[in-house]
Write a new protein. Structure first.
Length: 182
């Protein structure tokens, strides 16, 4: 029996964790490159599914998970409906203070965490597609139709929420100021 001290194993694990965190920290400013990496991984996974003609349930689960992450990315951290209720209760109490201050859009799921969770899920899905135990036979067209319907309904609901509470989670159409005005 091998007699390896626990201290060496924990030191090695700690070193791996620190190196992993350092790589993640260095990747933060490279937004386009990170998303290109995710796109390549997702393409590899989809090609694996198409050419192997199996593992559709893993593909469906990944799609649902990515949809959930995307919705959390689009949703504000603080629910505007609760803020509106608070504002209306202040008006009923006779408080005439109108708070129309600028509130920046803060996401429920920040971009970096969205990317990191999506990459981890895609890598896990790619790895599980190499084990036959996860190749559960399903009729894939039903999964595709169900995912399309689910995507359309949830995005419609999200867009209605965005219109109702007048927020835009992207920088499209927003005014950008340059630093040269000094």
């Amino acid at each position: 029996m091998l007699n390896i001290p626990d201290n060496n194993i924990s030191d090695a694990l700690q070193k791996v964790k620190v190196t992993y965190q350092e790589i993640l920290d260095r990747s933060v400013p490279y937004v386009k490159e990170r998303w290109i990496t995710f796109g390549v991984l997702l393409t590899l996974f989809v090609l694996r599914i198409i050419f192997s003609q199996g593992w559709y349930i893993i593909c469906y689960a990944l799609g649902i998970y990515l949809l959930n992450l995307f919705l959390a990315f689009l949703t504000p951290k603080f629910d505007p409906s609760l803020e509106q209720e608070l504002f209306s209760s202040n008006l009923e109490e006779g408080t005439d203070e109108v708070e129309e201050e600028f509130k920046p859009f803060i996401r429920r799921l920040p971009e970096f965490k969205f990317w990191l969770k999506a990459v981890r899920a895609t890598v896990l899905s790619l790895l599980t597609s190499f084990f036959t135990i996860f190749d559960i036979p399903v009729f894939w067209p039903i999964l595709v139709m169900y995912f399309i319907i689910l995507f359309c309904l949830t995005m419609r609901k999200q867009i209605q929420h965005m219109v109702k509470y007048r927020y835009l989670p992207f920088d499209l159409g927003k005014t950008r100021y340059s630093r040269q005005s000094r």
